[in-house]
Design a protein around this ligand. Structure first.
Ligand code: CA
Length: 221
């Protein structure tokens, strides 16, 4: 059975193009043109991933993303020059964003990368800790001073990678490749937004240090 991908896009040209490419890649696209229809389809079928336009008639992409609440992987489709939109989408728990205009091939590559990560079996039960922070891979639990911290899947993966390399400098490109599963020039802002979110949630920004010009380092000292 092929994976169902919900395409939420009111632009008929983009919707048709995306549907064609997803079919060619072996997926089963379900195309709707409004947020309301998207929510109906999400209840009706097991959806593997949602491709979500932001500007929609009726409820917008942000609201749909908020209602999905991290239960289904989401890639937001954003118009260029919509930096605040992009940041807001990632903060709402979107797994990725693709700026318009996009190449359909690249979009399919992003879809594959997000689905691959979502399908990964739970890692080993190893626990990593740095200072007051502990991360359990098996249960995907993160605690600071014993208090559980709620992270999105992507934020957890990012923190997990940093802790696996605790004490070492990890570059933004390394994070993009390992956590997002692709390398693209100019995408480092995505990493920065996620790191800022994780720091905020941990309440201990010093645990993830910025190493100027290089990247990040998780360390207690
Ligand atoms: Ca639109």
């Amino acid at each position: 059975m092929s994976t169902k991908i919900l395409v939420v896009e009111d632009d008929p040209n983009i919707g048709a193009l995306v549907r064609t490419y997803l079919r060619r890649a072996g997926y089963e696209p379900i195309w709707v043109r409004s947020g309301e229809e998207a929510l109906v389809e999400l209840r009706r079928h097991p959806i593997g991933l949602v491709l979500l336009d932001i500007g929609l008639p009726g409820i917008d992409g942000f609201e749909v993303c908020r209602r999905i609440g991290g239960r289904t992987a989401v890639i937001m489709l954003t118009a260029r020059d919509e930096e605040p939109d992009r940041v807001a989408g990632l903060e709402l728990g979107a797994d990725d964003y693709v700026p318009k205009p996009f190449s359909p091939r690249e979009l399919v590559a992003r879809v594959k990368a997000v689905l691959r990560r979502a399908a990964q079996p739970a890692a080993t039960g190893d626990v990593s800790s740095v200072g007051p922070l502990t991360l359990a891979r098996g249960s995907r639990e993160v605690r600071v001073d014993g208090q559980e911290v709620e992270l999105t899947q992507r934020e957890f993966d990012l923190l997990e990678y940093l802790l696996r390399h605790a004490g070492q400098v990890v570059t933004r490109d390394q994070l993009l490749e390992s956590v997002w599963g692709f390398l693209a020039a100019g995408e480092t802002r995505t990493v920065e937004v996620h790191v800022a979110q994780v720091r905020k949630k941990l309440g201990h920004p010093e645990l993830i240090k910025t190493v100027r010009g290089l990247g990040y380092k998780a360390s207690a000292g």
